[in-house]
Ligand binder design. Structure first.
Ligand code: SF4
Ligand code: SF4
Length: 319
């Protein structure tokens, strides 16, 4: 590992980020990993294509035209909590969680740390759209859990990953077969707790076509088989992470993200279009990066509120 990379990583560590750096020569391996999953029938090709198109992924594993002539990929991780939003509806308060990976303010922060340092050495970095979980695991930064979530020592899964292309050379890197957490050997908690049975015993790749996240990140109607009562976050799902022993020191880490009054909540639930939202609501949503997912909030928040109303109703009946 060359001195500049070591210095860069030290700088990132000093600022609270963890990182790994690999050569772009590794990207064909990543592409092959995906192709093998499709060939072996573990990943459905149509599903893979839908993911690529839904998230506008350019997983051609090559830098965008505006990127520097890439020599390396820098993978960074920053610790992040869950964020809780409070909504008032019919005189009651409802809390909705955003999982740790969704807030992306820190992407710019990491670039702000790296760019001046790289520029001093004549290099640049720019954001890359790459499968960052797989890169983190292959480069030794993280390990897979059985739920296909990645974990970092001492951080559990409470962090956000990001990948960057750079023209900084990387002659010597760490590159390994994907590694699973030791804890998973004797644990099946997430398999038992996943409401959709998306996690299986025999492989470390969830059936993403059954995972709640896949459906509540999409704008179309939930499929009939999906019980809206399974929803537990305003977007995504935290069940398999919250029950995971690797997260036992982190699950209580929740930061308040904003309050929405009765009137503001009604506007979201009534589906007032994004361009007609009062500035205060837009700003609050923007602060937690939920304005970009606004089209999903009416359905997802409605499902969460109805779920909580149902369970409150059941509680009363029992008494
Ligand atoms: S719940 Fe258990 S099996 Fe699942 S990822 Fe965590 S340690 Fe592994
Ligand atoms: S995120 Fe939720 S639905 Fe998806 S595998 Fe984990 S528990 Fe199951």
């Amino acid at each position: 590992m060359n001195e500049i990379i070591e210095e860069l990583q030290q700088k990132l560590t000093n600022t609270g980020f963890k990182s790994s750096v690999v050569s772009v020569r590794r990207l064909p391996d990543i592409r092959r990993d995906f192709e093998n999953l499709i060939k072996e029938g573990i990943l459905n090709k149509d599903f893979y294509d839908e993911i690529v198109s839904r998230y506008e992924l350019r997983w051609n594993f090559e830098p965008a035209v505006s990127s520097p002539s890439a020599e390396s990929v820098i993978i960074t991780a920053v610790q992040q909590p869950k964020v809780s939003l409070e909504f008032e509806n019919a005189g009651k308060k409802y809390y909705a969680v955003i999982p740790p990976t969704y807030i992306h303010e820190t992407d710019q922060e990491v670039l702000d740390v790296m760019s001046p340092f790289l520029e001093k050495h004549g290099y640049k970095a720019c954001a890359a759209v790459l499968p960052s979980k797989l890169l983190a695991v292959r480069s030794g930064l993280a390990q897979y859990g059985r739920n296909n979530i990645t974990y970092i020592e001492d951080w559990g899964s409470y962090y956000r990953l990001r990948a960057f292309f750079s023209d900084m050379p990387c002659a010597d890197d760490k590159w390994q077969e994907p590694v699973a957490m030791e804890l998973c050997r004797k644990c099946t908690t997430c398999i038992k707790k996943c409401p959709t049975r998306a996690i299986s015993q025999d492989r470390f790749l969830v059936n993403a076509g059954k995972c709640l996240t896949f459906f509540n990140e999409a704008s179309y109607d939930f499929p009939e088989w999906l019980d809206p009562g399974w929803h537990n976050c305003i977007i995504g799902c935290m069940i398999c992470q919250d029950v995971c022993p690797a997260n036992k020191d982190h699950t209580a880490w929740i930061m308040p993200g904003g309050d929405f009054s009765e009137k503001e909540t009604s506007m979201i639930l009534d589906g007032v279009s994004k361009d007609k939202l009062p500035a205060e609501i837009s700003e609050k949503l923007q602060k937690v990066n939920m304005l970009e997912s606004y089209d999903l909030l009416q359905r997802n928040l409605g499902a969460l509120i109805r779920k909580k109303q149902r369970s409150a109703g059941k509680g009363k009946k029992k008494k």
